[in-house]
Design a protein around this ligand. Structure first.
Ligand code: ADP
Ligand code: MG
Length: 164
């Protein structure tokens, strides 16, 4: 697929990145895959914590990095699967952790370290988010939507986004 729009914004605190995730999450009405890329400490988990709030995962649930478990599952308005592929060695491993089933399920699948999988392994639609560390507290965030629904979701979120 080509010709996708890239939306870009800057956050200046962790709370702003969290809030961006929350505002995106609030708009999600059906399952999709969200790929998150960025160096360690760029805010991928922070974003997913906000996303969880937007999907109405109850406040009491701690959203922690699934680095060792690979997949954390949360019950919300729509099920949320937080996946960290850092320890994955390839498509064989993806099969064994049940990633393909997750892609087919009706949940929101937020995945850190997308480069652990081949490009062709990903669903054709969904979102990709790139986080860049610009300074201690400053993050440049690019969001790309694949498919019309994903593009609309991002456009609405970015156009209406005003950090608290
Ligand atoms: P990752 O999952 O990408 O490794 P985390 O979300 O676990 O990153 O950690 C991000 C770290 O950066 C946290 O310590 C957070 O407080 C800090 N931080 C500082 N500014 C920001 C920002 N604008 N957005 C997100 N995190 C930020
Ligand atoms: Mg993380």
């Amino acid at each position: 697929m080509g010709g996708e729009m890239t939306y870009e914004l800057t956050t200046r605190t962790p709370e702003e990145t969290h809030d961006l995730g929350r505002q995106l999450g609030r708009r999600i009405q059906s399952g999709l895959t969200i790929r998150l890329n960025g160096d360690l400490g760029s805010g991928k988990t922070c974003f997913v914590q906000g996303l969880a709030r937007g999907l109405e995962v109850p406040e009491g649930y701690d959203i922690t990095s699934p680095t060792y478990a690979l997949i954390h599952e949360y019950t919300g308005r729509i099920p949320l699967y937080h996946v960290d592929l850092y320890r994955l060695r390839g498509s064989m491993d993806a099969e064994s952790i049940g990633l393909w089933e997750l892609f087919d399920a009706q949940g929101v699948v937020a995945v850190e370290w997308e480069e652990r999988l081949d490009k062709s392994d990903w669903p054709e639609t969904g979102l990709r988010i790139e986080l860049h560390i610009e300074a201690d507290d400053k993050r440049r965030i690019q969001i790309i939507g694949y498919g019309l629904d994903s593009d609309n979701l991002i456009r609405e979120t970015v156009e209406n986004w005003n950090p608290r």
